[in-house]
Write a protein that binds this ligand. Structure first.
Ligand SMILES: Nc1ncnc2c1ncn2[C@@H]1O[C@H](COP(=O)(O)OP(=O)(O)OP(=O)(O)O)[C@@H](O)[C@H]1O
Ligand code: SF4
Ligand SMILES: [Mg+2]
Length: 347
């Protein structure tokens, strides 16, 4: 992946996560196909795409947490170690300690009958084998680090006693407890109002910079990605359709789907555009013989339904899976329809 622009770096950084041709199959349906990307130390990669495109399944495959009936193929290397080959017991040791994940709805991930402090302390006891007293102290410090006011008192509260923003901060504290090399955040701010969302994004940005952590940030919200990511992976119907440094992608997307997605980002003084209408189920697209986006693509030609376009390297460290990327001049369009890098964070 290209060097980052958002978090200052010098020279070549270590690759923390290398995903190579990852595929996920559930009940004989391929929901993720040949997804490849890597994340360096201190880099944030945004994984975007609309509902059902396979973002969460990609994350769960990396974590080794796929649902029953699902299987993963390909390669997922964390700091050079192949995760897909690990047994469950070995994976449990990696989760929490080297990779941590934050989900959209913290209430579903937190234990409702244990206090926040107990749950965070458990992470320290489990992974660092420290005493209950020290683990408790560290839990309070972790709550303070994610800027929860009065952390001593909050540590004694139950998840339902906290606001949505506080709960997400507590989840972050738990995820970061053992200083993982990689944080996967799956729509962590979607359920929050726009002000709290901005605070959580600031927090993630600061912690990532201080700890030089790699981040995979999953969202359908391109405005959020523009605030945080160095590079962006755009998924559509289980496949990567574009992969590029964030600045280049927002300035001039190559794939017609990315361009359409960018027109949905609200900008002050502009009405939000809509994507062309979708077939009601994503199933057709996952199983399409040609380009999965063909039924919605204004540039589709007959060749587009004959074969699936592969993810091909383009100029300036970019990759695109389209027979006629925008800007290649073959369809009379020089660039995406008037889309610019969004600045405003969506609610
Ligand atoms: N437990 C499951 N059993 C069977 N199929 C599933 C299961 N979970 C997800 N899928 C299917 O896998 C595909 C990818 O789903 P995934 O949850 O990864 O999408 P997503 O991009 O995360 O969407 P969203 O933005 O809505 O979270 C979808 O077609 C979905 O229907
Ligand atoms: S391959 Fe064809 S249908 Fe698919 S995005 Fe490109 S132009 Fe559109
Ligand atoms: Mg999801």
């Amino acid at each position: 992946m290209p060097p980052s622009s958002k978090v200052e770096k010098t020279g070549t950084r270590d690759v923390v996560l290398a995903v190579d041709q990852l595929s996920v199959r559930i009940d004989s349906q391929d929901v993720v196909n040949d997804v490849s990307f890597s994340i360096q130390q201190g880099q944030c990669v945004g994984l975007v795409g609309e509902s059902g495109s396979g973002k969460t399944m990609t994350a769960l495959a990396i974590m080794g947490l796929l649902p029953l009936g699902a299987s993963a193929a390909g390669s997922v290397q964390l700091e050079g170690n192949e995760l897909l080959a690990l047994k469950n017991s070995a994976l449990r040791a990696v989760r929490g300690r080297r990779i941590a994940m934050v989900f959209q709805e913290p209430l579903a991930a937190l234990n409702p009958v244990q206090t926040i402090g107990t749950q965070i302390a458990e992470m320290y006891r489990l992974h660092e084998r420290c005493s209950t007293r020290i683990a408790r102290r560290q839990a309070v410090d972790a709550l303070a680090e994610v800027q929860i006011p009065d952390p001593e008192r909050r540590a004694r509260t139950y998840p339902h006693e906290l606001s949505g923003g506080m709960r997400q901060r507590a989840m972050l504290a738990m995820a970061l407890a053992c200083r993982p090399s990689l944080l996967i955040a799956d729509e962590p701010t979607t359920a929050l109002d726009v002000t709290v969302q901005a605070q959580i994004l600031d927090l993630v940005r600061r912690l990532a910079r201080e700890r030089d952590m790699a981040i995979l940030f999953i969202t359908h919200n391109l405005a959020v990605v523009s605030e945080l990511a160095d590079s962006v992976v755009v998924m559509y119907a289980g496949r990567t359709v574009e992969l590029a440094p964030a600045t280049a992608l927002f300035d001039a997307p190559l794939h017609p789907y990315t361009a359409a997605l960018l027109t949905t980002v609200p900008r002050i003084g502009h009405r939000r555009a809509r994507l062309p209408s979708l077939p009601p189920s994503g199933l057709h697209e996952h199983t399409a013989t040609g380009c999965a986006f063909a039924s919605r693509c204004p540039l589709a030609a007959s060749a587009c339904s004959q074969a699936v376009p592969g993810l091909e390297p383009q100029a300036n460290d970019r990759h695109c899976a389209c027979f006629h990327p925008l800007g290649d001049g073959t369809h009379g369009l020089d660039a995406a329809p008037a889309v610019r890098r969004p600045r405003q964070v969506d609610a």
